[in-house]
Write a protein that binds this ligand. Sequence first.
Ligand code: MLT
Length: 262
Amino acid sequence: MLAKINGLELSLTTYGRPTNLPLIFIHGFPFSSAMWDGQVQAFKNDFYVVTYDHRGHGRSEVGDGQYMLEFFVDDLAGVLDYLSLSKVILCGLSMGGYIALRTIERNPERILGLVLADTRSEPDSNEAKIKRVNSINKIKKDGIRPFTEEFLAAVFAPENMSTPLSAVDKIRLIINQNPVSGVCGTLIALASRTDTTQSLSRIAVPTLILVGEKDGITPVSAAESMRQRIAGSTLSIIPGAAHLSNMENPIIFNTHLSLFLN
Ligand code: MLT
């Protein structure tokens, strides 16, 4: 369905019975809610599963393309309000994790449990910010496709790049369909996001941290650092996966998620 949230039509989908515990999947950059298809199928019978597309991604409206990470946090709160969900479990991957971490910092009373996949609490380093600038310049000059190919090579483990009918083809299609202003606006939002590290010690809900063993963007060391700061959290490393661990090894990802949720 399309829902008017914070002035934009955002695309959101619900699965399963509304009386079940709400489980919200938050996608990464620059993907869409379709990256969670393998988890929706696995969890929709036991949870009230919600997926949505961020502004400027998937089927959601792009607006003016001037974004801060806080706007994505406002959008998540808007999705929860729209569906009248007062308390939820969040599962965010990468940028989805940045949004989840800022949401629990801002509105801890709304969160029952947290799944942080292939993400980190620290903001961009100077080097990472400059890389974002270079990406924006490149996309504006050459279009999205060359960026997509570089990005695919960065997020997938090399051995997962050539599998027939792979997750890679799906993600390529998703990225290439996203509007340039949405992708560039999100790069600015990512580069300017706040640091949530100091608030990790205040997280008081069950937390599962997942990371692909070969994740080069948000590596195991970043996941381990969150585990040390979040009391009682669990870290599981997903074998054979890089940054898109839920798509590269869905069986193991779903197994850990299922054990945690149950
Ligand atoms: C993502 O997957 O959301 C991005 O790789 C996050 C980032 O670039 O920091």
